[in-house]
Design a protein around this ligand. Structure first.
Ligand code: IMP
Length: 425
């Protein structure tokens, strides 16, 4: 494996589709050589599943770097943190045998706290939207309302929540965000914040110091660029910015410290929740891929929608994020299919115009259909010499031709060791 890391720089590994691309496994691989792995946006709407020696490890807030004992991990100020969820996650992972002492886990004091009222608002707004058929299909974790109240400067930060007496008086105040603090929830939240207190630090300065000391830092994106608040399929998106340009802001790191940027895409596409999804499949093929790829949300357990890989979207994401390479995940899930589809353009159903640009309006989205090209499938991902099957290799080359950047890694199975590095410099 070649290292993608540079001492004194931060490497960004970001989802290039609608999330659930398999970033956890890829970050875990690259993190072997990193000293610090960071989350910079989102919250516990994310979920990473990594298989290590047959043990399933799921994280929602902590970066996948925790699996490597030598790695420190950090949660930047751009993340929204549910104190109860983070406390429970730390305890659960410690019970699984991971060392999560405050010396190696750093959480920014300035991260926004998700409160009971945010979760209630999230569910209520989704219910209201569903009455007019406009539901987004949020994870219900209070992410959007927490970011909204941060923008309105109403939400408390973790630094407030650990200030003695703060939560007690906040819960008794007249403000709308105090709703939902029953005596039990208030007590539990105070306990969770007390538990988190030793983990709270000035993460921006910590990152600054580590980089100055020559550490290799990894920024692990949550969700995927097509769910970016501004550049995704708005309004069917999450409520934070996910593109590479937003990463330094979520950590308090200067953009000049970014080293390389890699996009992670699956060999097919999935989406949870509502919104445009060119190339979406239905029927037996959809079921087959869903079952084989275990495409059920690790956060909500919802069935993921399944589609062919969309090269229009991947090229758009490559431009907006500046990916310098791609990691292609889950190629093994497509094994055994005679033909593999790949979306190469969109067609306006009304005019018949074929486009390969990202649609800009809701009306444009409603009127496109995908142009799908079919390529030969592969029965096994690897040949007897351990090389990529020629049909899979051709598929990977087609992606590279289309987006103009190399596919450096092809994952060929769920385990850490299942994958091939390509185009090593
Ligand atoms: P929210 O982030 O809970 O507000 O959900 C907004 C949209 O983003 C919904 O369609 C969710 O299904 C989707 N979403 C949020 N987080 C993830 C993720 O980690 N993976 C995939 N989809 C996500």
């Amino acid at each position: 494996m070649r290292s993608m890391l540079t001492p004194g720089k931060a490497t960004c590994i970001l989802g290039a589709q609608f999330g659930d691309e398999g970033k956890g496994k890829f970050v875990d691989l690259v993190a072997q050589d990193a000293q610090l792995v960071c989350r910079v946006q989102g919250g516990n709407n994310a979920g990473h599943t990594i298989w290590v020696n047959g043990q399933k490890v799921v994280t929602h807030l902590l970066p996948s770097g925790i699996l490597h004992p030598h790695c420190e991990v950090a949660i930047g100020a751009g993340v929204v943190v549910d104190p109860l969820v983070l406390r429970d996650e730390i305890i659960r992972l410690m019970q699984q045998g991971f060392d999560l002492a405050p010396e190696r886990v750093h959480i920014d004091y300035r991260a926004t706290a998700i409160l009971p009222a945010h979760k209630a608002q999230d569910l209520k707004r989704e219910f209201e939207r569903s009455k007019t058929g406009a539901a987004i299909g949020t994870t219900g974790r209070g992410i959007g309302p927490a970011y909204a109240s941060r923008a309105q400067r109403d939400a408390p930060r973790l630094s407030d929540c650990v200030t003695p007496g703060f939560l007690e008086s906040f819960a008794q105040s007249e403000q709308a965000l105090a709703e939902g603090f029953t005596p039990e929830i208030l007590t539990e939240t105070i306990e969770a914040c007390n538990f988190l207190r030793p983990y709270l630090k000035d993460v921006a300065m910590l990152v600054h110091n580590r980089l100055n000391d020559g550490a290799s830092v990894l920024i692990e994106g949550a969700q995927g660029g097509l769910l970016d608040l501004a550049y995704g399929t708005y309004p069917f998106v999450t409520s934070s910015n996910l593109i590479a340009g937003a990463c330094p802001g979520g950590l308090g790191m200067p953009p000049t410290r970014i080293g390389t940027i890699t996009g992670v895409a699956k060999a097919y596409a999935t989406r949870v929740g509502h919104g445009p999804f060119p190339g979406e499949l239905s029927g037996a093929l959809e079921q087959l891929i869903r079952e084989k790829g275990h495409e059920f949300g690790s956060t909500t357990g919802r069935s993921r929608r399944i589609g062919w890989l969309d090269l229009v979207a991947l090229r758009y994401m490559t431009c907006v994020n500046g990916y310098e390479s791609i990691a292609l995940m889950k190629s093994d899930v497509l094994s055994g299919l005679d033909h593999i589809g790949i979306v190469t353009a969109y067609k306006d159903k009304r005019s018949g115009t074929v486009m390969n640009a990202w649609p800009m309006t809701q009306t444009a989205w409603e009127n496109i259909e995908p142009v799908v090209e079919f390529m030969d499938g592969w029965s096994e991902v690897l040949n007897s010499k351990g090389q990529l099957d020629p049909a899979l290799d051709a598929y990977v080359r087609r992606i590279e031709e289309w987006i103009g950047v190399p596919v450096v890694y092809v994952s060929t199975g769920a385990e850490r060791t299942a994958g091939i590095w390509r185009n090593s410099r």
